[in-house]
Design a binder for this molecule. Structure first.
Ligand code: GA4
Length: 320
């Protein structure tokens, strides 16, 4: 059993954090400014009026819940998640474990269609629901990335979004199911998904109304983020930190289990194509802020990611 470590800073439990809430229907320049500020200060924010239809979200959530309530033997048929499919407790290839079961899917339609066969009794329906959800959240991620480029005054407004729009984009979609701690005879929160940063460009996350996400706001101070099923939680990944020359922060986060209730989260991780070159544009490199990371390809970064453990700092390896 992996138990969430207390904050070493003292006995007091930190207050929950209210992430910046950004209304995407507000005036564009203002939205771009607010997003930029949130990425510099927190690396995390919430978006409302995001345009992803409620039915698209509800259908995906229903499919996910339906899958996780299946008997073990049926779920195992979709596994192991090496690299895609059903996984349980084991995370990555380096021995990390957590109190979580999950479905990990590549986001391209062909791969989704192939995975659907072993996941669902009605693969066509599952495939069309996942494709619909992924298309919608990819669109949202692209809109947000364009707003970020505007907020940073980057010359090419699609500098970031074109990487995940590319047909070869290596984006992935993940459904995580965290059984309640009591399920494991545990009376305290257990670590569902250990601390880490997301390696990709941008993550678009939502969960049911059960809390569990925590972000690291200062050295080893973990703050819970209250659940909000009406919003998407957006966070900066390592690649975006590198592409913004360190202006945006890829922040460590983790998920703990709830004592009484199961939590399900759905995350889209927008990534570049394997051969795309990741580096900051000249506008973000100045004598005062010289280039922080050496240019690398996503393929190179991914290789480093999978050769390390979940909680290791990978971006450090690419520091100039
Ligand atoms: C964290 C973000 C995504 O869930 C993920 C994870 C991946 C995996 O579960 O296979 C990794 C993890 C994540 C980062 C370090 C490596 C790779 C497990 C692990 C130990 C799908 C991703 O891209 O990186």
């Amino acid at each position: 059993m992996v138990v969430a470590s207390p904050n070493p800073s003292g006995a007091e439990k930190p207050e929950a954090i209210e992430l910046p809430v950004i209304d995407l229907s507000a005036e564009r320049t203002e939205v771009a400014k607010l997003i930029t500020k949130a990425c510099e200060q927190y690396g995390f924010f919430k978006v409302i009026n995001h345009g992803v239809p409620e039915e698209t979200i509800a259908a995906m959530e229903e499919e996910g819940l339906h899958f996780f309530t299946k008997p073990d033997v049926e779920k195992q048929r979709a596994g192991p998640a090496l690299p895609f499919g059903y996984g349980r407790k084991n995370i990555g290839f380096k021995g990390d474990i957590g109190e979580v079961e999950y479905l990990l899917l590549h986001s391209n339609p062909l791969s989704i269609s192939q995975s659907s066969i072993s996941i669902s009794d009605d693969p066509q329906k599952f495939c069309s629901i996942v494709n619909g959800y992924v298309r919608a959240v990819r669109g949202l991620a692209c809109d947000i990335l364009d707003l970020m480029a505007e907020g940073l005054w980057v010359q090419d407004p699609s500098l970031f979004s074109k990487m995940i729009r590319d047909v070869e984009s290596d984006s992935v979609f993940r459904l995580n199911h965290y059984p309640p701690s009591s399920f494991h005879h545990c009376t305290t929160n257990a670590v569902g998904f250990g601390e880490h940063t997301d390696p990709q460009i941008l993550t678009i996350l939502r969960s049911n109304d059960v809390g569990g996400l925590q972000i690291c706001v200062a050295d080893a101070v973990w703050v819970p983020v209250p659940p909000d099923p009406t919003a998407f939680c957006v966070n900066v990944g390592d690649v975006l930190q590198a592409m913004t020359n360190g202006r945006f922060m890829s922040v460590r986060h983790r998920a703990v289990t709830n004592i009484n209730k199961p939590r399900m989260s759905m995350a889209y991780f927008g990534a570049p194509p394997p051969h795309a070159r990741v580096t900051a544009p000249p506008e973000l490199v100045t004598p005062h802020c010289p280039l922080l990371y050496r240019p690398f390809t996503w393929g190179e970064y991914k290789k480093a990611t999978y050769s390390l453990q979940l909680g290791d700092s990978r971006l450090q390896l690419f520091r100039k």
